[in-house]
Design a protein around this ligand. Structure first.
Ligand SMILES: [Zn+2]
Length: 111
């Protein structure tokens, strides 16, 4: 699978701050709506081991082993995450950038 990294920042999660400091969705059908930064599509707080996937390929809560990252659970989605793609959560933008784009054999532990 093609595996990339992301962090909760506006660049990775397409949100921006209004002039009065509120986080809102930057683009798409929900643009301008309030954005819960750091909260995944499953409603849980994102942390290490949070993985975004195409949930038509890998359903929510699927447990995965990603070489070089470790164990994680599908708990998030993303507009660009379609098909055989994964996005791994990192706590900082620098770590996410360092991961880059990798093509890996990801092990599916439990659907
Ligand atoms: Zn980021």
């Amino acid at each position: 699978m093609v595996v990339t990294g992301y962090c909760p920042c506006g660049e990775c999660c397409s949100w921006r701050r209004t002039w009065y400091g509120r986080a809102v969705v930057a683009k798409g059908p929900n643009a301008g709506q309030p954005k819960a930064v750091g909260i995944t599509a499953s409603g849980q707080r994102a942390g290490r081991g949070t993985i975004a996937a195409d949930i038509t390929v890998l359903p929510m809560r699927t447990q995965l082993y990603v070489p070089g990252y470790g164990y994680g659970t599908v708990a998030d989605t993303g507009g660009a995450i379609q098909g055989r793609r994964l996005d791994l959560f990192f706590s900082t933008h620098q770590l996410a950038r360092q991961w880059g784009v990798k093509r890996l054999n990801v092990r599916v532990l439990k659907p």
